[in-house]
Each structure stands twice: as C-alpha cells, then as structure tokens.
Design a protein around this ligand. Structure first.
Ligand SMILES: Nc1nc2c(c(=O)[nH]1)N[C@H]1C(S)=C(S)[C@@H](COP(=O)(O)OP(=O)(O)OC[C@H]3O[C@@H](n4cnc5c(=O)[nH]c(N)nc54)[C@H](O)[C@@H]3O)O[C@H]1N2
Ligand SMILES: Nc1nc2c(c(=O)[nH]1)N[C@H]1C(S)=C(S)[C@@H](COP(=O)(O)OP(=O)(O)OC[C@H]3O[C@@H](n4cnc5c(=O)[nH]c(N)nc54)[C@H](O)[C@@H]3O)O[C@H]1N2
Ligand code: SF4
Ligand SMILES: [Mo]
Length: 874
C-alpha cells in the first residue's frame, strides 16, 4: 500500500482534512479523516466517509466533445477561443459570460476571473456562490468594510451560547455540529436553534424557535431593542469602534417590544423571552447563520440584523464571541478571495477607479472591467433576452440549481454558444452544451481551498488523470492563450498561480484589506507541495479596527418587511433545502449506494393538518406546483413542519428521476442588494396524483435507463440500481427496461400483481415488481440477490428462507442499521441514550452523522412508551 496522501474533503465548507490511501489497485482508495487537520481532527461525516465509493469512472466525461462527437483538445479549445473572440469582436465584451462555482479550486478560480475581468474586459463572471452566500458577503461588506468572517471553530468551543439561525448544521455541516455537541458535553454550552422547521439539528437543543419564515429581522431587532432597554449594549465599544447612523436607536423604539416581536414571528412570548435571557446571560455568543438567512429576498438585511446585534453588544473579535456566516461549498471562500463574484473585482477589491487601475497594473492587463457584471439570475435573464451570446459554465449545474430552472433551460437553449466544463458526461446542463470539456475531478485535482473559517488547505491528487481529463486552470489558460494572451497565462503548475494570487492580495495593500497573503508570494514549489493548513487574518477585528475608510464598523438600520399572507391560488409556502447524505445535484453522492439509503426518493414533507386539507396520506404521490412550474414528490408527514409550509429537497435531476425537480419551483426573485435568490419561500399548491399501479425495478449494472412511466426515481444500490416507479395504463411496457436473459414470471391478475425476473447464468440481471392494490415486498432482500450466484425462479417470492424482519429505512449508513431495528432494540433492551444504542447495534459509532437521528428516535419511542403507559393507566 502506498502512503496516505493528505487532502481536503470534496464537499462542504467545514473543509475536513482527509488522508487518502490508494491501494494501487485500479481506482480503489481508503479514506480516513486527517487527524492533523484543524477542522476535523480526524473525524468525517457520512459523506466524507464514503468518498471512496465515488471515485470510479462511472459516468465520467473523459474526452472533449463538440456536440455528440469526440474531439481533440486542440479542436475543442480552438473552437471555444474562436467563438468567444468572434462574439466579443461583434457584440462587445459584455456579450459573453462565465458562470463558475465554489467547487473550483482557488487556482482555477483565479485564472477564470483574470481572463474575464482583466483580458476580455467584462465583469460578467458570476458564480453559484451568488445562490449561496452573496447576502452574507454583502452584509459583511456593509458592516465591516470587507467580506470577512470573524469566527473560528475554536470560538464554538469557547462560547457559552451558540445560536444557529437558518442552519441545519447536523445535516449540512455535520463535523461542526459534532464539535458543538462535544463542547456542550464538556462545558454545558447553551444551544438555540432558529428555524421554521424542526430539523434534527434541534434535537437536544435548549430552545428551538420555529419562527414564521422570513421574520428573522423582526426577531433580531426585537432582541436588540430589548438589549438597549436592559443595558446590554456596549456603549464604550460603540463609541470607540462603530459608526451608528442617526436615528438608529429611535427606529428600534417603535414596535419592538416582546409582544409585538413574538406576534411578528408567530412565537410564544415566553419562549422568546427565554432566548433573550439566554442572550443576556452569556456574552460569549456565537451566532451561526446560513441559508435560512441568506436565501431570502431580504437576505442582506437579515445578515445585517445579526451583525448589528453582535457589534452593538461588542460580541465580536473576542474568543467565543462572533457572528459566523458558515459557508456551503468546499471553496466558496477561495472564490470570494480571488474575486470570482460579478460584484467584486479581485482580491477583496471592488471596482473603485484606484482598484481598477491597481489590478490593471498588476496584471499588465489591457482593459480591466470597470464596473460590476451581471449577477447569476440576471445573467441568465440576459441570456434569455439574447444579450449573452456565449457562456462558459464550469463546475455547476444551473439547469437544476438556479431558481425557475425551466426558464434557465430556455435561456441555454437560445444561447448561440454554450461551453460546459464538468467531470460528468450527462448532466442536465450538459444537455445544452455545444462543447463539453472534461475536467479533473476530486482526487485528481491539485490546488488549494479555503474553508468557512479562513483555513487554507491543499487538495492533492492521489489518482491519475483519467482519459483526457485536465485541470480547470489548464483549460482556461489554454483558451486564454488561444485568444492571444499566452504570456499572461503561461502557468506551468498550480503553484505558479498560487504565488501570483498571493502577490495580488499583498500588492499595495498597506493594511487596507485583512486578506493579505504576502508570506505566500515567494513559496517554492516544494513548499507549496508540503503546505500545511493555515489561517489567514488571525482573529479579525480583535483590535476593534475594521476595513472601512475610517476604520470603524457600521450598524446598518434594517426593518422587517411585511410578510405576504397565503395567496388564494397558492395557499402554501414552499421551503427547499438539503438531505444529510446527498450533495446538490447528486453527480457524486448519487454514485454511492450507501449514501442513497438515507432518503431513497424525493419527499415533500407536510404537516398532518395539510395532509387532511389536501386529501393526502403518507406514501402518496403529490404534485407541488408554483407559478413557475410543477414537479412530483412522495408525501411524507412531518410534525416538524409548520402548517401551511412544505419542504422539498434540491437534489433530484432529470438524470435520475421523472419528478422531484425542486429547481423548477422557486421564483426568480432576488435580494435587491446581493442578488441572491429567495429559495426558501415560494407560494405553492399541492395536489394528490393517483396512479393505477406502483412498484419497483432492480437492474444489475451501472447504465441508467429511462423508465417509461409517470414516476420513476433511481438510486444506486450495490451492484446496480433501484428504481421506484408508478404509473397508469398497461404496465407491460415497463418490461422493455429489463435486460435479455431467462425470463421467469408470476402474474396474479386478481390482485393486479406482476413479478418478472431475468436470470443470466444463475445470476439475477433484473427484476420488476408491480402491484395495483397490494403491498410491495422488501427491496433489501432482492437487492442482495444481485450478488448471489445461484438464483432460481424462487427469487420471485422476494424473500429468503425463514422469517425476514424488515429493517426499515436506513438510519446508520456506516453499519446499515434500519429504523425498525433501532426501535426494536430500544424497546427490548431498554436503551436510554445514544451511546447505549451504539453499544447494542454499532449505530452511530463510526462517522456519527446519524447520532441526531438516533436521539430523535429515542425520544419518540420513549414518549410513545410513556403515552402508552398513560393510556394503560386510564
Ligand atoms: N448534506 C449536505 N450538506 C451540505 C450540502 C448538501 O448539498 N448536502 N450543501 C452545502 C452547501 S453549498 C450549503 S450552502 C450548505 C447549506 O446549509 P444549510 O443552510 O444548513 O441548509 P439548508 O437545508 O439549505 O437550509 C437551512 C435551514 O434554513 C431554514 N429556513 C428556511 N426559511 C427560514 C427562515 O425564514 N428563517 C430561518 N431562520 N430559517 C429558515 C430551513 O428550514 C432549513 O432547515 O450546506 C452545505 N452542506
Ligand atoms: N431550490 C433551491 N435551489 C438551490 C439551493 C437551495 O437551497 N434551494 N441552494 C443553492 C446553493 S447554496 C448552491 S451552492 C447551489 C449548488 O448547485 P450546483 O452548483 O448547480 O450543484 P452541483 O451538483 O454541486 O454542481 C456541480 C457540478 O460541477 C461538477 N464538478 C464537480 N467537480 C468539478 C470540477 O472540479 N471541475 C468541473 N469543471 N466540474 C466539477 C459536478 O459534476 C456537477 O455537475 O444550488 C443552489 N440551488
Ligand atoms: S463535514 Fe462531512 S462533508 Fe463537510 S467537509 Fe467534513 S467530511 Fe466533508
Ligand atoms: Mo451553497
């Protein structure tokens, strides 16, 4: 076995260190947490743990493609350069655009930004970070004068109170959540969660405030008004370090008493008061916020409401006291550092004339963009209106992930020239590409990323580049050279780019910007190779000095906007977000059978009252519609939902389902300052979809099939794929999806049951199970038969010899433990806490991502047992 290579996780902004050991055998690799990495100290969540299952070549784009034809790199790059140059010559620099991603490395991002802003001369380069944290960027820039997150993970460990606002940390930043839980166990840190949904993050919290969606400004302003009244405002700090606009405190005097605030937020005043008192009692407060705050049409104001609170109480720049905008993607921060957003220029500089001149000098660039470019939603709108005539999309899947994705597809369809750089051959966005370029994937790419807390770490390659895949920085530099700028893009290694980026952050900085990587500017290639994770910016703002011209932070007056009530045709509000074990459009996590087990279908979660109201029950199919579009989901009842509000996941695409397409639904309304879409709140409607039959299809092998029926969703299983299906009319046509081989069947017309299996040399190649009225057998046993070598017609009974207990939905993916097993063990063995479940079953003892779920189950079983006991006593 080779030595372990230290790299960084492909997924979230926690930025965990990974030790990857290739076996030397094909693309096999053992993944472990890097014990020396400051983010995780060796821990990994379920997604990180199962990264090894996702590095195969299945589905990879391995060659440049022009249309559906394989092309040489030379041909493809020439074509891209030529079409961009022609478009610019004919229609000007603003007729072209790049749409990039927080999943690029800093070096890739730097080169793309330099090409667009310095050489093409337009700022039409925006990134999916626009959808993700641009409101936090805007809020921080307004308050601090620079986009700096003044927090560290250690702050979470030193805080006495942690407030999670609009953040499902247990699922989306699991290792941070584990660090919070460890701190709570060690020192009794209080935890408050502010989220309209009761998520697993709320499990065990001291307080969960299920506020009315969109009422966060009212809540934060109410708390600030109360702080002013109770003498909690740090007047000395304000006098020394913060500009307070005139009338700021007067604004808070009206309508911010406890009762008005509770009313605006639809909260119990007593619970709200509890929060206020926790805040008063614990000056060491960290407020973590993410998409519940950012993804709103008032996201920037919501961010500033939180920053105001921390500035006014002096809870910033001190150990254990910070506002903490936590980032989503692995390199969202690196992208912000190089300036990859259309609203910034480079290296934390904006478009002020002196910055444009400075960056122009540094790059020796002919025509640096002098004004901000189009932000993501506007960029695709401009494309739809014919104003963007050539676009290059890198490492993002906008046909799925932008709001009103149907219109985005229309725009891509209209755009005369679309280039897509991706690692995967078939994506919903790639379907619109004139040219597809094969990029190096995680495990192959080489460079740096910055996590949520400004820690820069290396991503190192441990696998060879497959096929003709190339790093993104190389692809962009080659196009730049072909457009006539070879000398400005003559990079041999990512280290060359890194040094140039570091030099730019330091160039005539003179303390104007916290981001200053001067020490990195002369790094040798060897030192770059060996780079240890390091933090830039230290403890920002510890000295009370900020990046504004006068060095003082600013309180920003923000007001709660009126919230729209339900509309007659759209009586519900749609909230959207993530599942624990899937990543965005599933191009990577979708390959891992274990990760598919946690949620096998896209669900619409609704409150029981709404189920009654719309005539739905758990397991039904339902159509969710909004003014933008409609898609189908499986109904799940959840008492964690507020009545009137429904939730769907963002992960499903056309590649893996016929429904579950959340991207079609959100409206393309954005925050007026940041341009970030309000994904968390769209007026919606719900209706049951009846089908004549339902069932599932299991197929050996990896090649996806399109199942011709109303509902079909696919997940990877060991050795093949499982499709959940439902539809109308004659189901016989579904058999076309089965492979060739020996056919065995059992058809029961009375019950409308149809079971067909295909055997090839004693092995199961495919099986179709359908029913009109009956129950469906357990999928687990049949999936297990894909590995068996002596399968006969008895397979159609769909169960093995002896009684088979149904494990229930998978909770612990590491040890494959299902809900029913856990409930049974809790009851039979009188288990009282999560460690006891771990002892009995192993569940939760590896990556720990399911521990919040185990706590929820325990709680439910215990209360139920309690209720049953009460019933019995009556
Ligand atoms: N498993 C997993 N982890 C991920 C990702 C993934 O795809 N899968 N993606 C990564 C990325 S890029 C990102 S950006 C992060 C996102 O991480 P999070 O922000 O934690 O995730 P979301 O599920 O988008 O939304 C968070 C919560 O905001 C709540 N919310 C909705 N409306 C409101 C409101 O008005 N007020 C408040 N206070 N809360 C509200 C929602 O109910 C939801 O529970 O996750 C990262 N981590
Ligand atoms: N309704 C709704 N929509 C949302 C959100 C929401 O909460 N609700 N959240 C938004 C947020 S926060 C985000 S971050 C976005 C995410 O949305 P996207 O960025 O569209 O999602 P991904 O699936 O991560 O897309 C990444 C693509 O890049 C490819 N890729 C991976 N690595 C590389 C690489 O190294 N090079 C290249 N060239 N390609 C690579 C992958 O195969 C994949 O196709 O979704 C946004 N959309
Ligand atoms: S928390 Fe999980 S997904 Fe995020 S970086 Fe760490 S291991 Fe990766
Ligand atoms: Mo994100």
């Amino acid at each position: 076995m080779a030595a372990a290579i230290r790299t960084t996780c492909a997924y979230c902004g926690v930025g965990c260190g990974i030790a990857a050991t290739p076996s030397g055998n094909a693309r096999e690799v053992t993944i472990r947490g890097d014990e020396a990495h400051p983010a995780n100290g060796g821990r990994l969540c379920s997604k990180g743990t199962h990264l090894g299952e996702t590095v195969g070549l299945e589905g990879r784009l391995l060659h440049p493609m022009i249309g559906d034809r394989r092309a040489s790199w030379d041909k493809a790059l020439d074509l891209v350069a030529k079409r961009f140059a022609e478009t610019i010559a004919q229609h000007g620099p603003d007729s072209v655009a790049f749409y990039v991603s927080g999943q690029l490395l800093t070096e890739d991002y730097y080169v793309a930004n330099k090409l667009m802003k310095g050489f093409i001369g337009s700022a039409n380069i925006d990134t999916n970070s626009r959808l993700c944290m641009s409101s936090a960027v805007a809020a921080q820039t307004r308050a601090f004068g620079e986009d700096v997150v003044p927090a560290s993970y250690e702050d979470l460990e030193e805080a006495d109170l942690i407030v999670l606002v609009g953040s499902n940390t247990a699922w989306c930043h699991p290792i941070v959540y584990q660090r919070i839980q460890a701190a709570r166990a060690a020192r009794g840190t209080k935890l408050v969660v502010i989220d309209p949904r009761r998520t697993e993050t709320c499990e065990g919290a001291d307080l969960h405030l299920a506020l009315r969606p969109g009422s966060d400004v009212a809540l934060m302003n109410g708390l600030l008004a109360w702080c002013a009244q109770e003498g909690l405002v740090d007047k000395a700090y304000l006098a020394d370090c913060v500009d307070v606009p005139e009338g700021f405190w007067d604004m808070l005097e009206q309508g911010h008493d406890l009762w008005s605030t509770a009313n605006a937020c639809d909260l119990d005043p007593a619970r709200l008061r509890e929060f206020y008192e926790l805040f008063a009692a614990n000056p060491r407060t960290v407020t973590v916020f993410s998409q519940g705050i950012n993804q709103s049409i008032r996201g920037t104001d919501q961010g500033n409401a939180i920053l105001n609170l921390h500035l006014a109480t002096g809870r910033i720049g001190q150990p254990g006291a910070a506002p903490f905008s936590i980032t989503g993607q692995p390199n969202a921060m690196g992208g912000r550092e190089v300036g990859g957003l259309a609203s910034t220029l480079a290296a934390h500089m904006d478009f002020a004339p002196e910055n444009v001149a400075r960056v122009g000098r540094f790059w020796a660039a002919p025509r640096v963009a002098a004004k901000p470019g189009l932000k993501a939603v506007d960029l695709f709108r401009a494309m739809n209106e014919g104003r963007i005539k050539a676009v290059w999309i890198m490492a993002t899947n906008p046909a799925v992930s932008l709001p009103d994705a149907g219109t985005v597809r229309a725009a891509l369809e209209k755009c005369p020239f679309v280039v897509v750089s991706d690692v995967i051959a078939q994506t919903d966005t790639g379907a619109y590409a004139d040219v597809r370029l094969p990029a190096a994937a995680w495990g192959e790419k080489d460079g740096t990323v910055t996590n949520s807390v400004r820690t820069i770490s290396r991503q190192r390659p441990f696998l060879p580049l497959p096929g003709e895949a190339r790093p993104d920085w190389w692809i962009v530099s080659e196009v730049a050279a072909r457009m006539g700028w070879a000398s400005a893009f003559a990079y041999d290694t990512p280290a060359d780019i890194w040094r140039e980026h570091a030099r730019l952050t330091a160039y005539q900085n003179e303390g104007a910007r916290v981001l200053n990587l001067a020490a990195q500017a002369t790094l040798t290639n060897r030192a770059y190779e060996a780079m240890e994770p390091f933090v830039w910016g230290g403890q920002p703002f510890a000295d009370g000095r900020f990046s504004t011209p006068n060095g003082r932070a600013r309180l920003v007056p923000v007001r709660q906007m009126d919230l729209q009530g339900p509309l007659p045709d759209w009586p519900l509000t749609l909230n959207t977000g993530r599942y624990r074990d899937q990543w965005h459009t599933m191009t990577r996590t979708g390959l891992a059978p274990k990760l598919a087990r946690h949620r096998e279908e896209p669900l619409v979660e609704i409150h029981a009252d709404d189920a009654v109201r719309f005539g739905l029950k758990a397991g039904d199919l339902a159509k969710v519609s909004t003014p933008q579009g409609a898609s189908m989901f499986r109904v799940a009842l959840s008492d964690g939902q507020r009545p009137g509000e429904i939730f769907t996941p963002i992960h499903w695409t056309d590649q893996i389902s016929t429904g579950g397409r959340t991207g079609l639904l959100p409206r393309p309304l954005v925050d007026p300052i940041s341009g970030q879409p309000g994904y968390k709140s769209t007026p919606a409607m719900l209706a049951r979809v009846d089908t004549e039959w339902k069932g599932f299809l299991i197929l050996r092998g990896e090649t996806p099939v399109k199942v011709p029926c109303l509902w079909a969703t696919r997940v990877a299983v060991p050795g093949g794929a499982l499709y959940e299906i439902a539809g109308n009319g004659d189901p016989a046509r579904i058999e076309a999806c089965l492979p060739k081989g020996e056919r065995v069947e059992a058809i029961d017309p009375a019950r409308g049951t149809r079971r067909v299996a295909i055997l090839v040399e004693g092995r199961l190649a495919g099986v179709l199970i359908l029913t009109r009225t009956g129950l469906l057998p357990s999928r687990d046993w049949l999936i297990g038969q894909l590995a068996a070598s002596d399968v006969g017609p008895a397979v159609l009974a769909a169960r093995g010899p002896g009684a088979q207990a149904d494990k229930g939905a998978t909770v612990c993916v590491c040890f494959d433990i299902g809900l029913n097993q856990i409930v049974a063990a809790i009851r039979a063995q009188h288990l009282v806490d999560v460690p006891a479940i771990g002892k009995a079953l192993g569940a939760g003892t590896n990556c720990g991502s399911c521990r919040p779920a185990l706590a929820t189950i325990l709680n439910q079983v215990q209360t139920r047992t309690h209720e049953e006991a009460l019933d019995a006593a009556e």
